[in-house]
Design a protein around this ligand. Sequence first.
Ligand code: NI
Length: 140
Amino acid sequence: MSTNEKKVAVFRKEHFNAAHRLFNPAWDDQKNAEVFGKCSNPHYHGHNYELVVQVTGTPDPATGYVMDMKVLSKITAEEVIERFDHKNLNLDTEFFQKLNPTAENIVIVIYNLLRTRIDAKLELKVRLHETERNFVEYPA
Ligand code: NI
């Protein structure tokens, strides 16, 4: 195997703050409170989300890059940070009007937004930390 066939994963960390409420409209407030606890507080609550974008591919022979991190940073800012930072995910974004903004659903939305902007020959994986101890990754 030559050098340029070796896959390397590159990672870009970003951060955004957002509010949300976990809520299933098919259930009454009591059932929502039972299932989602404090995360179903009707007046919303915030998280400091940490986002890790992972791009995997073989380094380009000309640049030595899997992907230019300046470009990855710009794409992430445009597709994710500008959309979600300091927003109420339920009320201020088009994505979670009907979709419950769990970390699981948020990470899938973010993946789909980024996937359209990253070369199809590169693999993409997204990790989202909702708290220090809780995080999700997509695709699993
Ligand atoms: Ni929450």
